[in-house]
Design a protein around this ligand. Structure first.
Ligand code: PRX
Length: 673
């Protein structure tokens, strides 16, 4: 008899081999209808990328045309060279101009549940045009100029979409920080981006509690003194302490209410003509070393790829769809697939403020049913939580409006895929498992819902214009079904243009590891993957020291630095470990300073400390106290060994390079939390 783990592995192997074809009635109305059509278009897009992307760009509005589609001098790409456009224009103003001003652009739902139901809002394109114009003028009145970085640290409320689009409108570069990050994380990012203005709220609702966003901003401002203005949306009515900054033009005020500034703002603020390669936003993400890096995205290419992928991958159709991506706008998924890719397609995008289990575990399904959501995009970690909570929650609601289901952020285990397909999709909705990254800006490897037969756990085939391959360090393609590095061999429009202020790190991280026989670099994604006999891609996970916790990227070194910044810790080693809901959990091995004793209280204090340094998502699931962290003779932390210990695997492999075998014995003895 196979044991439970074995039968689950066998079952998962069986799922992986199943092929799910799009239903004919869905496929025949889809933007791309057959696998042959996909293959023909993909072939064309690879043979003539410039022709392909120029045609895609033609569906968006430009103020002046490009002289050249692509200029590529590795690792620098310029797309739609010389053209001017504006993202806010394409998301908002364009639809008003074309007579759609009264249509809904954003459907918003707040978390608190009143007896009459939750607070909701329908915001039209005309509303958004007015509000982004006014807030654009507010930013200008605070001294923000084209190219300046505006930091945004807000809950998922309509003003967040307004703030982001207002930046795009006036050519300011936004840096959105996820509301779950701590004051120290805000300070690091503000400092790195040299940002002078922060937009925030008095608080946001999460699971019935108030997240003290303004207090976190105030605490960040005690660590940096460059912030001149803080604009505060009144969301919760929470008391906030008001601060002044005497040197400034606004009567000595540092803090301002959003509604006061908006009441005085002019409604006339034309969209700035942005060069295609002008920066649009910077978004911080974790890497293998050091602090999170500011990934820089620009205007034209990003707009074209996010708009086309949103249209084709979610099969968006104006007048038919209601689209909901459950991500927070603080992640790239929110940037590209709540705002920038979706809105040019003139399909309402839903924003929900709160938690999936508030007040009950059926909240998401009640939202789907009430707003008749047709396209739904979420993360495997959420799906695993839904599975655990039970089928009775979705079963309470009418989910028949759903047409396409999406997933992103981490590999989806075939069991979760099958559950999503059966319970949420009623075995009727195609699932699009989209592989991409903060750096890629938009979808890279993904099924097209009307065209690509899917296999549970595979992100299937590359998007148009994407030349993805499984290679070794020399850029040689690996045989089918043997693992290798996931590489992108040619530039794509929404690729990152750099790391803010760190050219060398940009080159070292992405463009140095893989070179072909001509010495040309390929983009190194940091993921291991394989291709099967049908050419389908299977992502195997990160090959570097980045871990993916609930679909959120964290550098193990970042968590280690947070731990050693506590007075009790002299050394820390952090690794990922399997976790039922999070996919990967965090295990930390710490060595204590003299005078500190291992205890439950210290464990709690260390977890809280990491929460303060980074944010709650980085709190270790396991902390083990060890006399020393095991290292090789050359001083490298033996992460494989630590991973095996954290996962509870008996065989810890070959440890003969261990400097001190007793360390291993001590680690095994130590208790986990
Ligand atoms: O390891 C891959 C995983 O998430 C990483 C990118 O993380 P981030 O930049 O935070 O962006 C997440 C949202 C786009 C990748 O290197 N990843 C993302 N999508 C998938 C995935 N792994 C497997 N399957 C996916 N669909």
């Amino acid at each position: 008899m196979p044991d439970r783990a074995e039968s689950s592995a066998i079952e998962s192997g069986l799922h992986e081999r199943r092929l799910f074809s799009p239903a004919p009635e869905f496929a025949e109305r889809a933007h791309v209808r057959t696998l042959d059509e996909y293959r023909a278009l993909h072939k064309r897009s690879i043979e003539d990328p410039e022709g392909f992307w120029a045609e895609a760009a033609g569906h968006l509005e430009w103020f002046s045309p490009w002289k050249k589609v692509l200029e590529w001098k590795a690792p620098d790409a310029k797309w739609f060279v010389g053209a001017t456009t504006n993202l806010c224009h394409n998301c908002v103003d364009r639809h008003v101009k074309d007579g759609h001003g009264d249509e809904t652009a954003v459907i918003w739902e707040g978390e608190p549940m009143q007896p009459a139901g939750p607070e909701t809002a329908h915001i039209t394109y005309a509303d958004l045009q007015r509000e982004t114009a006014k807030f654009g003028n507010v930013l200008k009145s605070l001294g923000v100029r084209k190219g300046d970085v505006v930091t945004i640290y807000m809950p998922m409320i309509p003003e967040l979409a307004v703030a982001v689009l207002a930046c795009a409108r006036i050519g300011a570069v936004h840096s959105v920080i996820f509301g779950g990050f701590s004051a120290s994380a805000i300070a690091d990012r503000v400092h790195d981006a040299k940002s002078r203005v922060i937009v925030t709220a008095d608080g946001g609702w999460r699971r019935g509690k108030i997240v003290p966003l303004k207090d976190n901003v105030d605490a960040a401002c005690t660590q940096i003194d460059t912030i001149d203005h803080v604009v505060v949306v009144q969301r919760t009515g929470e008391q906030t302490v008001w601060h002044a900054k005497p040197s400034d033009s606004h009567g000595g005020k540092r803090d301002h209410w959003w509604h006061d500034l908006m009441a005085a703002a002019d409604e006339n603020c034309p969209c700035e003509h942005m060069d295609s390669e002008d920066p649009l936003f910077v978004l911080y993400t974790s890497g293998t070393t050091g602090k999170p890096k500011g990934i820089l995205h620009t205007t034209g290419g990003y707009m074209v790829q996010t708009a086309l992928t949103a249209k084709v991958v979610f099969d968006l159709k104006p007048g038919e769809d209601v689209y909901w991506c459950t991500a927070d706008l603080g992640w790239v998924t929110g940037h590209s697939y709540i705002v920038y890719g979706v809105m040019p397609n003139r399909v309402p995008t839903l924003m929900y403020e709160g938690a999936p289990d508030y007040p009950d575990k059926d909240r998401f399904w009640s939202i789907v049913a009430r707003h008749k959501v047709s396209k739904f995009y979420t993360a495997p970690t959420a799906i695993r939580a839904f599975m655990k909570w039970g089928e009775e929650h979705p079963k309470k609601h009418d989910l028949s409006s759903l047409r396409v289901l999406g997933t992103v952020g981490e590999p989806i285990n075939p069991e979760a895929w099958m559950w999503y397909h059966r319970v949420i999709g009623a075995e009727r909705c195609p699932i699009v498992d989209t592989w991409w990254q903060t750096e890629t800006g938009g979808h890279m490897i993904t099924p097209l819902p009307g065209a690509t037969p899917t296999k549970p756990g595979s992100c299937t085939l590359p998007f148009f214009g994407v030349d993805a391959a499984i290679v070794n360090d020399q850029g040689e393609e690996q045989p089918l079904n043997s693992g290798g590095l996931l590489a992108i061999r040619r530039p794509w429009p929404s690729m990152l243009r750099g790391i803010l202020g760190d050219r060398q790190r940009f080159i070292d991280t992405y463009w140095s590891r893989i070179r072909n026989d001509k010495g040309e670099p390929y983009y190194f994604a940091g993921d291991g993957a394989r291709r099967d006999e049908d050419g389908y891609f299977w992502i195997m996970g990160r090959v570097d020291d980045v871990i993916n916790v609930s679909g959120h990227r964290l550098g193990t070194m970042e968590v280690e630095s947070a731990l050693v910044s506590h007075e009790a810790v002299v050394e820390a080693a952090v690794v990922g470990m399997p976790h039922e809901i999070k996919g990967t959990g965090i295990a930390a091995f710490v060595t204590l300073a003299p005078g500190f004793e291992a205890s439950e209280a210290l464990r709690t204090a260390l977890r809280a400390h990491v929460g303060e340094e980074i944010g709650a998502i980085a709190k270790p699931d396991q902390i083990r106290f060890a006399e020393a962290v095991p290292k090789t003779r050359s001083g490298k932390i033996m992460r494989r060994l630590l991973r095996d210990i954290a996962a509870g695997r008996a065989d810890t492999g070959d440890t003969t390079t261990l400097e001190d075998f007793s360390v291993l014995a001590k680690l095994r003895e130590s208790e986990e939390s």
